[in-house]
Write a protein that binds this ligand. Structure first.
Ligand SMILES: [Zn+2]
Length: 569
């Protein structure tokens, strides 16, 4: 079990480097010759196979439908997906489950929500008071704050989770926790937890503060107000009921009050506390593998592992702990709105780039910086080119990682595919003219003459994404190429320098040479360099500043640039 939670490094990427040891030095499996271990998913697949599981192997992930589903939640999907795919490659039948924990209670009112189209909506735009009244009520019983046809808050956000998963192309079976209770799939677990509640209480008290003699591992749902309560006044195993007084529960560091009602709940009318529900789910669903965040690794995993074995007499799954990542250096938080949703990221990068982000070593903290999403795409392009042997990898490990992991990242390995460098695509995005975009890409040698139509189309699709990025970040690519020559006063000495530059462009200089020639031409004619650049930007972009001019001019159609510089077009 020594590899649990401590898999070998799977990549050498420096995305969001956290300052710890990188790449090969982080490995501790001591088996440099084993290609399998170069990809972490193989290490987990080995561990699962070592238990001799029965097919289908069950891989699970779970999220509470508590608010805006964001990229961090995909850890629960994509980490498991890679392990599932490796197992499938080895001939196993695998079922990947994604559980929406919709019987969890609403613990606090989030400041930000998202409508059915993933548009972020502030609390002020929904009925916040109605949400406040439903604190302590399971998500599946809280009214949907958006009047958009969902039966509940839980269904609204479960639907957004479902859409997110579909958009990244991972086949999962959706399961709702409330449904597991309603259909009796957790009846046995509830009965066992209640039968063995003294053992359970003693065990849990070793891990959790505040577990006293009154603790009962079941939270009935109040028939009057719908809230869950932790105050159980009696257990009748023969009748299959639990008596309660509705005194609410502790959640999010505060006490949520109940209504005081005294009543009796059946085993399906309530829920196990999370510390018991998690292992109960492993047993009920036959889970063989589950990834989870490091909060659980320190919290409910150690107790859950024992509860599974000692209370439910079942073997816990092979665990996998993943590090969280940050967004622009800050923690992801649905409630505070520091999130990037799946549709939002997919408007900037291809699905395979998103999937690539999650194929990297799960034990490394990473930052996703949308301002520099070009770097993530560059890393992906390099990973892909390494797989196809088109670039020289930094070392053998980078090559072996690409060779092993790449086929799982793309839906189909296609040697003919073409990628435009992301920032070059952003330059092309300065014009809306598709023919001009295409001409510029061909001219710069980014589209091989024999590239098939589908590959050209797919490559050019990156231009829209990079354009969206330039606009979103309002960065050095957020300019519009002027189709007509703007009316610019050009003094004779400046025009002479422009003519020199036009000659240089006509000879086909590359971007760096052209950048140098801009300085040279200005100097030759005693034009202040700053003024010269300003005129150049005015002529092409209709404003006095812009991206590096040399690369921009090199990318544009040669005849078009020459005419524009000479004042002819
Ligand atoms: Zn109540």
């Amino acid at each position: 079990m020594s590899q649990v939670g401590d898999p070998p490094a799977g990549d050498e990427s420096d995305v969001g480097e956290d300052g710890r040891a990188t790449g090969a030095t982080e490995r501790d499996d001591g088996d440099d010759g084993d290609d399998y271990r170069v990809f972490w998913a193989d290490a987990y697949a080995d561990e699962i196979e070592a238990r001799d599981p029965r097919d289908p192997i069950v891989v699970k992930g779970a999220v509470s439908p508590s608010g805006i589903p964001h990229l961090g939640h995909l850890n629960e999907i994509l980490r498991g997906y890679y392990v599932a795919e490796v197992l499938r490659e080895r001939g196993h039948e695998v079922v990947q489950l994604f559980v929406s924990d919709d019987r969890d209670p609403l613990r606090s009112v989030p400041r930000w929500l998202a409508d059915a189209d993933f548009t972020l909506v502030g609390l002020g735009e929904v009925d916040a008071a109605a949400l406040g009244e439903n604190l302590g009520v399971p998500y599946v019983d809280v009214p949907d704050p958006f009047d958009d046809g969902h039966a509940s808050y839980g269904e609204h956000f479960t639907q957004l989770l479902r859409t997110s998963v579909e958009r990244v192309g991972v086949p999962v079976e959706f399961v709702r926790t409330a449904e597991l209770y309603e259909t009796g799939q957790l009846d046995d677990a509830v009965r066992t937890a209640l039968e063995r509640r003294d053992e359970g209480r003693e065990l849990l008290a070793e891990y959790q503060a505040g577990v006293d003699d009154s603790y009962v591992p079941f939270m009935p749902q109040c028939r009057e107000c719908g809230r869950l309560t932790t105050t159980v006044t009696g257990v009748d195993l023969d009748a299959g009921t639990v008596a309660y007084r509705c005194e609410g529960l502790e959640a999010g560091g505060q006490h949520i009050a109940g209504c005081g009602h005294e009543g009796v709940a059946k085993f399906r009318e309530g829920k196990l506390p999370w510390r018991f529900e998690w292992p109960a789910g492993w047993a009920a669903l036959g889970v063989d593998f589950e990834p989870f965040g490091k909060d659980h690794a320190e919290g409910s995993w150690p107790s859950g592992e024992r509860i599974a074995r000692e209370i439910f007499d079942s073997e816990p799954p092979v665990p996998m702990v993943y590090e969280w990542f940050t967004l622009g250096g800050e923690s992801l938080s649905s409630s505070s709105g520091n999130v990037v949703t799946v549709p939002e990221l997919l408007s900037l990068v291809e699905p395979e780039v998103l999937r690539y982000f999650f194929v990297l070593n799960p034990r490394k903290q990473r930052d996703l910086d949308l301002a520099r999403v070009d770097r993530l795409v560059d890393d992906f392009d390099r990973f892909e080119a390494t797989y196809f042997g088109e670039v020289e990898p930094a070392d053998d490990r980078e090559r072996r990682f690409a060779e092993r992991a790449y086929p799982f990242v793309v839906t189909e390995v296609r040697p003919d595919r073409v990628r435009l460098p992301y920032t070059f695509a952003a330059v092309l995005g300065m014009t809306d003219d598709p023919d001009l975009r295409l001409a510029m890409a061909r001219r710069e040698g980014h589209l091989p003459a024999d590239a098939p139509d589908w590959a050209v189309e797919a490559a050019m699709a990156r231009v829209e994404r990079a354009r969206g990025w330039a606009e979103r970040e309002d960065n050095e690519y957020n300019y519009r190429l002027q189709a007509e020559r703007p009316a610019v006063e050009v003094p004779a000495d400046v025009q002479a320098a422009l003519d020199d530059l036009a000659d240089a462009v006509a000879t086909g200089l590359d971007e760096d040479a052209l950048q140098g020639e801009i300085y040279e031409a200005a100097r030759r004619h005693d034009v202040p360099v700053g003024d010269f650049f300003a005129v150049g930007y005015e002529l092409f972009l209709g404003q006095s500043r812009g991206p590096r001019l040399g690369p921009l001019l090199a990318a544009l159609d040669r005849a078009f640039v020459v005419d524009r510089l000479r004042g002819a077009g």
